[in-house]
Design a protein around this ligand. Structure first.
Ligand SMILES: CC(C)(COP(=O)(O)OP(=O)(O)OC[C@H]1O[C@@H](n2cnc3c(N)ncnc32)[C@H](O)[C@@H]1OP(=O)(O)O)[C@@H](O)C(=O)NCCC(=O)NCCS
Length: 146
């Protein structure tokens, strides 16, 4: 398995993978290819973007992408998306991607990774196994404006 930064030429295949993975429970998301590609293009174009893609026999089987934010206490990384091919989940690929991502980020002076995810989901169990913990001092708030 090759682990490397996402290149622009990978985005369409990443978008196809993203649509397929997030169509499954608990997410049940219904992405059009154009919207998924737009989202990944936007993330790819973010300043200080950082990513890892996993490739096996020229096929993309997982990726993670986010960006570094500068904060008064140093640099944090906001992990925006991670997904692994549904047929290959639970075989250690997500952990490998997270490890490589973390090592690369440390070498760039990042001291914290943070993310949003669903409460009590398989993803939250994965993040806990990777050493993340819930920050009880922070809540996510949102408001519909239309
Ligand atoms: C979440 C995800 C990225 C994890 O990657 P993965 O390659 O499947 O995870 P790993 O095989 O490295 O799992 C490591 C550990 O995480 C936990 N974990 C992973 N998937 C889990 C699941 N479905 N249920 C419970 N725990 C899980 C386990 O503790 C696991 O260790 P174990 O298998 O020895 O018990 C991947 O399953 C995925 O793409 N899920 C769908 C998309 C998603 O939810 N993305 C995150 C949105 S915020």
């Amino acid at each position: 398995m090759k682990l490397q930064p996402i290149e622009h030429q990978h985005l369409k295949e990443c978008a196809d993978l993203f649509i397929s993975v997030f169509s499954n429970p608990p997410w049940n998301e219904d992405w059009e290819i154009e919207s998924a590609l737009n989202r990944l293009e936007d993330l790819y174009d973010m300043p200080r973007q950082h990513s890892v893609v996993a490739i096996v026999e020229d096929q993309i089987i997982g990726f993670a992408i986010g960006y570094i934010e500068r904060w008064y206490q140093g640099k944090s990384f906001y992990l925006k998306e991670i997904c692994i091919d549904s047929t290959r989940q639970r075989s250690g690929i997500g952990t490998k991607i997270m490890d490589v991502l973390s090592q690369n980020l440390v070498s760039q002076g990042v001291n914290k990774i943070y993310l949003l995810t669903g409460r009590d989901t398989p993803a939250s169990a994965f993040y806990e196994k990777c050493g993340f913990c819930n920050n009880s001092k922070i809540i996510m708030m949102s408001k519909k404006v239309q």
